[in-house]
Design a protein around this ligand. Structure first.
Ligand SMILES: NC(=O)c1ccc[n+]([C@@H]2O[C@H](COP(=O)([O-])OP(=O)(O)OC[C@H]3O[C@@H](n4cnc5c(N)ncnc54)[C@H](O)[C@@H]3O)[C@@H](O)[C@H]2O)c1
Length: 452
């Protein structure tokens, strides 16, 4: 299959790509586009130039030195790239043909979408487009998770205002959401089908072929930008609701004094029972994206009760989990206020250094309210300065020392290091009659842990 010839667009195999925002999403994407390889669709040689731009000069410095603090990329992979420039100087984007925007889209205190990063990035690109001289029309592709309509109604108008250019006449636009799962070695950027979309037929074909050149799993060309935006946001909403359901099941099981995880394992023996687990829902995707959907639904006059109920349940889990610990400590005649507490894991999920919206901080704050300052160990976190308004002491290594023992050990994140702990390790960590609170169901059962 040969590339379609797009008259006013740069050749797909030799275009220059600017990536704006080099975090968990932008960096792996920059690397895949910069790799020397054959096009996966046409088998022709690819020779592209990638300009990776990030506002944060520290991030640029670490990347130039082959370090990726998100741990999504190997040092050798970073150092072996030839056709990539990392820069915090926006003017270096002037030679780009394609602009891919992958900046954060968090929520604010009111849990409404915070589009300030998208605004700034779009205005920067608009500014660059005004100065850019090329016979090819530029394409701006958004990868950030947004609510339906954001790309066309919010971002494009910013670009048009800044650049004085007109969509589909002077430039094209597209949306291609990212689906990576940080810390997941099995589902990587190129092994996940990528949804693509464009502002008209030409751009949607072009964008689909562009991603098709690097994504081994293939692409799915959505009918429109809004369809692609909505598909992304409902994927995480579905996950959030499924977790909310098992969280509610956990509450019911606790009331009935039945072990939730044993119940779920039994139910999973049916072929179509979905394997979701109860627990804390943090991070910047599942705990955030549903609010983008509910925001736009409410704005247009529809109240999405089910999605909001799921969010309520999941947002309230840290308090519920903590209350179960207090109840159990009382049953065990353990004075919580005088307890020495160790928390294992601080990140929002396993095997990643990402602490964004980690609910473990809420557990720490609840301990602090009881005047307890817990000790925290996380193999991915060495920086004692991440306070997030909570008071705790961070350890650099697991205190497997017979002289240091704890009254309560909370296993909060299932990092591989914790999965590998043996019964004897737990016995070193714990005092006699101490409580092990296993939020992830990975502690040996013979130790009689309190489970969710
Ligand atoms: N992390 C994931 O697993 C994941 C998965 C799917 C989708 N997403 C979505 O992708 C988007 C990016 O997420 P992320 O996890 O990569 O965020 P991140 O915080 O890891 O990275 C964003 C980067 O953008 C930079 N930045 C912010 N404003 C900028 C600007 N105006 N110009 C240039 N750089 C700027 C920041 O310095 C940061 O390095 C979000 O919308 C997120 O919801 C993330």
């Amino acid at each position: 299959m040969n590339d379609i010839d797009f008259e006013d667009l740069p050749p797909i195999n030799s275009c220059s790509i600017g990536i704006i925002g080099l975090g968990y999403v932008g960096l792996p994407l920059s690397i895949e586009f910069a790799k020397t390889r054959k096009c996966l669709r046409t088998k022709e040689a690819i020779n592209r130039k990638v300009i990776g731009f990030d506002l944060n000069p520290n991030r640029i410095n670490e990347l130039k030195n082959g370090i990726d603090s998100t741990k999504e990329t190997e040092e050798s992979e970073l150092k072996n790239l030839k056709d990539i420039d990392f820069t915090s100087d926006i003017s270096n984007l002037i030679s780009a043909d394609i602009f891919i925007i992958s900046v954060p889209t968090p929520i604010n205190k009111q849990k409404d979408p915070d589009l300030s990063y998208l605004k700034k990035a779009s205005e920067s690109v608009g500014h660059i487009l005004k100065k850019r001289i090329s016979k090819f029309k530029p394409i701006i592709i958004y990868e950030s998770t947004v609510y339906p309509g954001t790309t066309e109604d919010f971002c494009i108008s910013l670009i048009q205002n800044k650049s004085k250019l007109i969509l589909n006449e002077d430039f094209y636009c597209g949306y291609s959401p990212e689906r990576i799962n940080p810390g997941d070695q099995n589902h990587r950027l190129t092994s996940i089908v990528k949804i693509t979309s464009g502002s008209n037929e030409t751009s949607s074909f072009y964008i689909d072929q562009l991603y098709g050149s690097i994504i081994k799993a293939g692409t799915y060309k959505a009918e429109s930008i809004k369809i692609a935006e909505t598909a992304k946001v409902i994927e995480n909403t579905q996950r959030d609701l499924n977790i909310a359901l098992v969280n509610e099941v956990a509450k019911i099981c606790k009331t009935l004094n039945i072990d939730t995880l044993d119940v779920l394992s039994a139910a999973e023996s049916k072929w179509n029972f979905l394997p979701f687990r109860p627990g804390l829902v943090g991070g910047h995707c599942i705990s955030v994206d549903p609010y983008y959907l509910t925001y736009i639904a409410k704005k247009k006059g529809f109240k999405p009760n089910v999605v909001l109920a799921g969010r309520d349940i999941n947002d309230g889990m840290s308090k519920w989990v903590f209350d179960q610990l207090l109840i159990y400590a009382k049953e065990c005649n353990l004075n919580f206020k005088n307890s020495k507490i160790l928390i294992l894991g601080l990140t929002f999920k396993e095997n990643t250094p990402d602490t964004r919206n980690s609910k473990v901080f809420e557990i720490i704050k609840l301990c602090n309210k009881k005047k307890v300052i817990p000790v925290v160990y996380d193999p991915f976190i060495k920086n004692p300065n991440i306070s997030k308004n909570s008071n705790y002491k961070i350890l650099e290594k697991l205190p497997l020392d017979k002289k240091i023992k704890f009254d309560i050990v909370i296993l909060a994140v299932s990092h591989n290091e914790f999965r590998n702990l043996k019964r004897k390790d737990w016995e070193i960590l714990c005092k006699k009659n101490s409580i092990i609170y296993d939020l992830k169901g990975i502690v040996p059962r013979e130790l009689n842990p309190l489970r969710i």
